[in-house]
Write a protein that binds this ligand. Sequence first.
Ligand code: UDX
Length: 434
Amino acid sequence: MNITMIGTGYVGLVSGTCFAEFGFPVTCVDKVKEKIDNLKQGIIPIYEPGLEEMVKKNAEEGRLFFSDDLKDSVRKSDVIFIAVGTPTREEDGSADLQYVYAAAKEIAEALTDRYTVIVTKSTVPVGTGRKIAQIIKAANPKADFDIVSNPEFLREGSAIKDFMRPDRVVIGCETARSQAVMEELYRLLALMDIPVVYTKIETSELIKYASNTFLAMKVTFINEISDLCEKCGANVREVAKGLGLDKRIGSKFLQAGPGYGGSCFPKDTMALVQIAKEYGSPVRLAETLVDINEKRKKAMATRIISACKGSVKDKTIAILGITFKPDTDDMRAAPALDIIPVLQENGAKLKIYDPKGMKEGAKLISNVTWCDSSTEAMTDADALVILTEWNEFSSLKPESFKDIMHGRIIVDLRNVFDPVRAKEAGFDYNCIGR
Ligand code: UDX
């Protein structure tokens, strides 16, 4: 069974590589020729643990190919995945589907009389699958195809593991023929007793938005509870533990922090708000959490300024971590992008270190000093701010770095340090939720 994966972003590149690892011949297609040329040479556009090795292995073993010729690849394929971007529209927060529809049109023009299954892997609003079917039928009335929705739940930083061992696979398909193809694709996962949920296309499309919004809601809930903890003397870590041990709630996604970011939660929560409005069935919880999260990210800058005794003017602040979470170089909707400009407007001098994010960061953040290590960033700084919980920051010892700093202020927005130890080392230690 030949597979074409259209789009070599996070979802497309990881999914395509993992299907090759399952043993299928896969061609990953992208319009950006430079990206394809790089991939052919084993140069990966993103940082994702284990991905480079897996791409290399499958390319060498003759199962993974890269091409900028969509039509050529589509003609030879049995299954075509659409994994192009669905960015947020500035005007109303809805998902911009221009790349999805453009891909559908191009697929239609290339389809032959060979039966083809066209699968949406991109996160697409409810109703998109049927719209794609209409586009293809209109452009190529003779095409023999079925549409399937198969949303992807992988997380950045653990993408391969998430694809290979997901909690579940969701498939929206409505014909026996297309279901048989999808069963074959996911046979290895079904053999490992990973639940594969078959459902209607609309249901599958909505499951993805509902999942991401629910997770974003969990994070937002614990963030608000952390604010309350600070006021009433409770400890958010212990509250989260006590809360999460209830199996109906679960312990994951209850880590308080500066607000959620990334390429999915902000985009998908906003898109769900729009989808629900369009169907005349507003999801007010989602509307509220979008608002709370936006305000929270901005409020973090005020928190840092307050910790610096009300002013950061001419103060040197070391910032460790700028990516939206660890183990990725992704800066999309990272809280750092809301916090850093406010500190700069208030006159702070910033020294920044991030293990993988500085190349992306430099495209979005200017007038700062980029450092090669956490030690370099902290040297002579008046305050230290932790924005991302990279492992290498959690292992730093306040008593060891106190003497290289000029000041004694820590603002730990990811709770990576032990408060007792930080205070014993002489720091004015500010963290989240206690
Ligand atoms: C998310 C979904 O988890 C994944 O299923 C979907 O396919 C894509 O979107 P990702 O964006 O890679 O994945 O990151 P995730 O690990 O879910 O974290 C999202 C944001 O929430 C990050 O900013 C993270 O820092 C924040 N978060 C997460 C918390 O603040 N606390 C938590 O307890 C968990």
